[in-house]
Design a protein around this ligand. Structure first.
Ligand code: NI
Length: 252
């Protein structure tokens, strides 16, 4: 049993064959899928998917890329979506100073609003952070206690240590299979199994051997096998523990 804790099946890339993608995942043992929104429209679609498919759950939120257009209407819309019982968390939220598609101060304002929403509704948060680790940590520290999953971990060792010290969870995608990802592979080995989760971030980040193609939740199996191999564990140990972590974290 596996859980893809982060993918984007609401994206148009999946319009032609969404049913088959979900079925293929199930055949590979990916029994639950958490679909993560990135703006109001995508969060609404994400919630619709989770209402349509019993084994799909949703996380709703506005990505930092869209922070500049955040307004009162968006605030109300995200609150209404988050109140649905199939919305299991707020995400993906955070800070992205790499692309800087939105101003830093609007990113911070949006991040703070969505954290306060998560706390009000007693939901966990799914964090996107890129080239903004210090600000991300500062904001999260100021709002403790809060349940945090750092998605698509791609930072360094120092950030990992801090994140673990604060009690947060960390998820990795299939990008750890890439030839040049030696550092990430070392980091994957350092995360205690009880803090680890698996995700595809599909349609992005297809594993080595499939690069350039659309990724799918079924590849969580390949990811679990890969992590088992580099950590010297069995597939069942990795699958069992990461699935339990996701169940506990999201309350599935
Ligand atoms: Ni994502």
């Amino acid at each position: 049993m596996l859980i893809d804790t982060h993918c984007h099946l609401d994206f148009p890339e999946f319009d032609p064959d969404r049913d088959e993608v979900i079925e293929r995942a199930r055949e590979q043992g990916v029994t639950s899928i958490i679909n993560v929104g990135s703006n109001i429209l995508s969060s609404r679609r994400s919630l619709d998917l989770s209402l349509k498919y019993q084994n799909v759950y949703s996380v709703v939120g506005i990505h930092p890329h869209d922070a500049d257009s955040f307004d009162k209407n968006a605030e109300d819309a995200i609150l209404r979506l988050a109140e649905n019982e199939k919305a299991l968390g707020i995400g993906e939220i955070g800070l992205d100073y790499f692309k800087n598609y939105s101003q830093k101060d609007s990113q911070l304002r949006l991040f703070l609003y969505q954290i306060s929403l998560a706390k009000k509704l007693n939901l966990p948060v799914v964090i996107h952070t890129r080239c903004a680790d210090q600000d991300t940590l500062r904001v999260l520290k100021d709002t403790m206690p809060i349940k945090v999953l750092v998605h698509c971990f791609s930072s360094g060792l120092e950030f990992l240590e801090e994140v673990l010290r604060l009690g947060f969870f960390v998820s990795f995608t299939c990008n750890i299979t890439y030839k040049k990802a030696d550092l990430l592979r070392e980091i994957v080995k350092l995360v205690p199994l009880e803090r680890l989760m698996l995700e595809t971030d599909a349609p992005y980040l297809s594993p080595e051997g499939f690069r350039g193609k659309r990724n799918e939740p079924m590849q969580v199996r390949l990811l679990a096998e890969f992590i088992a191999k580099i950590r010297g564990l069995t597939f069942d140990e990795v699958a069992g523990r990461t699935t339990q972590n996701a169940r506990d974290f999201f309350g599935i």
